[in-house]
Every structure is written in C-alpha cells, then in structure tokens.
Write a protein that binds this ligand. Structure first.
Ligand code: 13P
Length: 248
C-alpha cells in the first residue's frame, strides 16, 4: 500500500518567527500517526524549523539545484540542504515551471541528482487550464512524467512520491472534483503499471494538490488512488493543516 502523506508547501510565505510558531502549532495538534507529515518552508529556515519540529514532522525544501557545487549564484545544492537538515525536496512545481522556466529536461536532471544523492523528492505534475479545456490533460501529464521521471529504473522509482496539481486549481479556490482527481490519479498509477509493474505502482504515493482544504480533504482523500495532499494556502494555519492530516 502507498504511504499516506500530507505535505505543506509554504511557498514564499511567513517570517522565521511565524514559521516557528506554525511548526510548534502543528506539533501540538493531535494528528493521525499513520499519516506522514512534511513541511516545506523557505530554504533559509530549514535548519531552524527542523530544530523546532519534533521528529515526527519532516522538513523539506521547495527547490534545489541539480549540480553539487560551483558557480550558481543564489542556488543551493542537495549536499548543502541535507547538511542543514532537509530530507526531501519538491521537483517540478508548476510555479517553478511557469515563473522560472524549468523544463522537463531540467527537471529530469533534478530527479537524477536527487536519486544519485539519496535525497527523497515529490515530483509535481499537472496541466494548465487551456489544456484541460481541450481535454488534453492525460496526454499532457503523461508527457511530463515520461520526460522527467519515467526514465528511472523500477528499483529507483520504488516508493517515490508524485503530486498531481492541476495548475487551474492552485491558489484559485477552484478544487478539482474528487472524480477529476481520481481519474488522473488512476491514470498515473496505470502508466506506472504499464511501464514498471503492479508492485511498483502500489509503492508510489500519489498526492493531490490545488485548493485542498479542511472542507474538501476528506472527499478527495476518500478516492482510492489519492494517497494524500500537497497543500499550499491551507498549510499556513496549524489548525487547518492538522484537520487535513486527520481527514483520511
Ligand atoms: P494551494 O493549496 O494554495 O492551492 O496550493 C497548492 C500547491 O501549489 C501546493 O504545492
């Protein structure tokens, strides 16, 4: 069975003090212990947030550079991030793709860097609105996965995490319906079966992201192929985030 996971992507929000308060609040909530809980603060705060979080909350980063060191002004390598306590990173978030020009080929480099440096990751995929409006979402997402992730061997992809985040649902308050989410998640799992095998497909957690909140999380998480959520706005309040963790 895939792991149940709820992860909070704080994006470029919160000061250090606010982040420390948030993680303290999450720690203090009664949470379902069967759900793996991860927070993705701004990288600058990873060390401090990790020191404040109990061992049950994992701390990851929203971005990293695929090279291990060198002249990449403003960037951070996996080695540096691990040394500050990060255990996992996001790859392919739609905001990185759209605003920072990250291509499928560049994301493939990040996937390889993560695998080679034993750094866990959540691989994000999802279609923009104009693609959904012409019913092209399955081909679009399949292509993202084919070009950046599905080159891994069965052994390498074992236990990895994918997040389906339709771009039109991110930060818009317009959540995918549970049927839309389940259709995509089921398709993603079927592609993993086709490319690898059933056991590999069942080892991979597929999270939903895009306006997931305390009111709709239960319905989304009830879908057989939705193994949790990657939460933006609703992860910035401890109560809301904990309600989502407890929504299974
Ligand atoms: P929202 O939950 O704010 O829509 O953001 C989702 C997201 O982008 C998580 O990575």
């Amino acid at each position: 069975m895939p792991q149940k996971i709820v992860a909070g992507n704080w994006k470029m929000n919160l000061s250090l003090t606010e982040g420390l308060d948030l993680v303290k609040g999450i720690d203090a909530c009664e949470r379902d212990q069967n759900v793996r809980t991860i927070v993705f603060p701004p990288a600058l705060f990873v060390n401090a947030i990790g020191a404040r979080a109990s061992g049950e909350i994992e701390v990851g980063v929203q971005n990293f550079h695929p090279e291990s060191e060198g002249a990449f002004t403003g960037e951070l390598s996996i080695k540096q991030l691990k040394s500050a306590g990060a255990t996992i990173g996001l790859i392919g978030h739609s905001e990185r793709r759209a605003y920072f020009g990250e291509s499928n080929a560049f994301l493939k480099e990040k996937v390889d860097a993560a695998v080679n440096n034993d750094f866990e990751f959540i691989f994000c995929c999802g279609e923009p609105l104009f693609i959904r409006e012409k019913n092209g979402e399955l081909d679009f997402v399949k292509n993202q996965l084919n070009e950046s992730l599905f080159h891994l061997s069965a052994e390498q992809i074992q236990g990895k995490i994918i997040a389906y985040e339709p771009v039109w649902a991110i930060g818009t308050g317009r959540t995918a319906s549970s049927a839309q989410a389940e259709d995509m998640h089921k398709a993603i799992r079927s592609w993993i079966v086709e490319k690898y095998d059933q056991a590999t497909a069942e080892s991979i957690s597929i999270l939903y992201g895009g306006s997931c909140n305390r009111s709709n999380a239960n319905e989304l998480f009830s879908c057989p192929n939705v193994d949790g959520g990657l939460i933006g706005g609703a992860s910035l309040k401890a109560d809301d985030f904990c309600s989502i963790i407890n929504a299974f």
